[in-house]
Design a protein around this ligand. Structure first.
Ligand SMILES: [Zn+2]
Length: 217
């Protein structure tokens, strides 16, 4: 139902005036909580800060002068081809296609601690999702791309507003070739999401005589 308004929402996403209809979402809701974009979260070959290599050890990129292997800015997750969810409320601010890595998507989130951008690689956006589309936490906006035996999901968290390096899946261990040193503004994505999960609903506390005892285990 909401999807029907998506093309209008895209056109208006950066407008500053009041939306003309309640059903058109033109502004992202604040991102108070995050979630993992896939229903399971099993590490693939590379973690946050791993040397940037294929699973067979082949190096993906080195600094030209020093030969230093670049470091992975995100976490790789085992997956088949399945839906990918937005990690939090936000707006899609970038979509590019790399011939090797397939689609990359950036979602910008306004959090109580400032702007955070989540990065999704090896995905294809679903119909109706493009730059400017507003998404809510848990909303399916893409599917994992088929990369044969290399099929996996890459997820990164960039703390701060967009710059050209927000796209990077890896950065050098020391500044080289025009790229800043790892981790730059990237943070451990699994730790970040775990620290920003929505708290479980509070247990009902039975108040006794003095009303101060803890919840029963
Ligand atoms: Zn990766």
């Amino acid at each position: 139902m909401i999807r029907a308004a998506s093309t209008i929402a895209i056109a208006m996403a950066w407008a500053w005036f009041t939306p003309v209809a309640d059903t058109i979402r033109t502004e992202a809701q604040p991102a108070d909580y995050f979630q993992f974009p896939l229903p399971s979260w099993e590490p693939h070959c590379l973690g946050f800060g791993s040397e940037w290599r294929y699973c067979n050890g082949t190096v993906l990129r080195r600094c030209s002068a020093t030969g230093a292997v670049w470091l992975h800015t995100g976490v790789d997750i085992k997956t088949g081809i399945q839906p990918v969810m937005a990690a939090a409320n936000g707006v899609i601010i970038g979509y590019i296609v790399d011939p090797t890595f397939r689609g990359g998507v950036l979602i910008r989130h306004q959090t109580p601690d400032g702007v955070v951008i989540t990065q999704y690689w090896h995905v294809w956006p679903r119909s109706g999702y493009a730059v400017g589309t507003v998404v809510t936490r848990g909303e399916v906006f893409a599917d994992i791309a088929d990369m044969g035996s290399r099929t996996h999901f890459h997820f990164a968290v960039f703390s701060g507003d967009y710059d050209s390096h927000t796209w990077n899946g890896a950065l050098p261990p020391a500044r080289c070739d025009g790229f800043p040193a790892f981790p730059y503004q990237f943070v451990d994505p699994t730790a970040f999401v775990q620290a920003h999960l929505e708290p479980a609903p509070a247990k009902v506390v039975r108040h006794g005589g003095h009303g101060l005892q803890d919840v029963d285990p």
